[in-house]
Ligand binder design. Structure first.
Ligand SMILES: [Zn+2]
Length: 353
């Protein structure tokens, strides 16, 4: 696992973003069907990314589980709460007793105590499980997911014996995870979110995991599941990615498209190549989320916005931003806009494929 390596240059740069303050508010602009005008780049007036995506940001986007839900994932939540000392019936129904235990657990961890299991709560709930662990509720959670959700034939007995370890390794191999027989955050996330790292979208998750790129966990504060990390997580699970629905802080914004879109393979390939072939470290502020022109390629799953390049917050033209635009063009981008070639892109680089 790479959890300890998250203090990347990009995150350091985000602290700088806070000190630089926010970009000006939205200009009134004519809609232009020919080119995208991103109305949000690195920041918006309300939610600088440094605040939403600082060092306390979750590593992964996890499914939200709440009252009324009924699934194997709820069973896992109930087992994991047991690991932390809460005794619950393992019904798979997110009932009042489960919610009360979640609220209590969140309070004990200094998390927002809303009784909803989101990414921060998941990352506090999961614990590393190793071969030889005996009579542990967390092992039962793991075994239940492997057997009841993914069809591996093993007994849910709370002990990670040689046979259970073999199945865990098989799951890790099948999903292109680190095959070590140890369930850390990467394996737990794949079990809970049903992601695979075998695809190019999964490769993006790996790069994010390693701190070589950073996918923002905030859709500018909208809480609508359309942030870049959620977009790529959905793609890595074979699902369409969400487009923005809400105002920052919540509530449906009718100017936004909502719904979902499948991320274009050319876009995902280019994002991987920006790291692996062109060597950039970068911070992604938007893919299919955020607010853009109505006809924006973002809403077609074909564009990415980058707000930090090689550890430096984009704020006017630099060698790095020009190189990034050139790299996009070299990979066949249909739009490659940055501070030096577009007045509307002073605080980020926009590439569409
Ligand atoms: Zn854009």
């Amino acid at each position: 696992m790479h959890r300890a390596t998250r203090s990347s240059a990009a995150l350091t740069a985000l602290a700088l973003a806070l000190s630089l303050g926010c970009a000006p508010g939205d200009d009134e602009r004519a809609e232009d069907a020919e080119a995208d005008h991103d109305e949000e780049g690195a920041y918006d007036g309300l939610h600088p990314i440094g605040k939403a995506d600082g060092v306390n940001a979750p590593l992964y986007a996890w499914p939200v589980v709440r009252s009324g839900d009924e699934s194997r994932v709820v069973v896992a939540v109930q087992h994991l709460l047991g690991e932390h000392g809460y005794t619950l019936s393992l019904t798979g129904q997110f009932d009042d007793a489960t919610k009360q235990a979640v609220v209590s657990f969140q309070s004990s961890k200094g998390l927002q105590a809303d009784g909803i299991v989101g990414s921060r709560t998941w990352e506090a709930l999961v614990v590393t499980v190793r071969p030889g662990d005996t009579d542990r509720a967390a092992v039962r959670a793991l075994e239940d997911l492997l057997s009841q959700r993914y069809g591996y034939l093993l007994e849910v007995d709370g002990t990670l014996d040689a046979e259970a370890e073999q199945h865990l390794r098989a799951f890790q191999q099948e999903r292109c995870l680190t095959v070590d027989g140890i369930a850390g955050s990467q394996t737990w996330h794949a079990l809970v979110a049903d992601t695979s790292h075998c695809s190019q979208a999964g490769r993006l998750l790996e790069l994010h995991d390693q701190g070589l790129i950073t996918l923002s966990t905030s859709d500018f504060g909208r809480n609508d599941g359309a942030d870049p990390l959620a977009n790529v997580t959905d793609a890595a699970a074979g699902r369409a990615s969400k487009r923005s629905c809400n105002f920052p802080g919540g509530g449906r914004d009718s100017r936004l498209p909502c719904g979902t879109v499948e991320l274009d393979e050319a876009l995902i390939d280019a994002m991987v190549a920006l790291r692996e072939e062109h060597g950039f470290t970068y911070f992604v502020t938007a893919i299919s989320g955020a607010r853009h022109s109505t006809n924006s390629y973002h809403y077609k799953g074909r564009a990415v916005d980058i707000g930090v390049v090689d550890g430096v917050v984009v704020n006017g033209s630099t060698t790095a931003t020009r190189k990034l635009v050139d790299a996009c063009k070299a990979m066949g981008a249909i739009e490659a806009l940055g501070p030096h070639n577009d007045a509307h892109h002073q605080d980020h680089v926009h590439c569409a494929f």
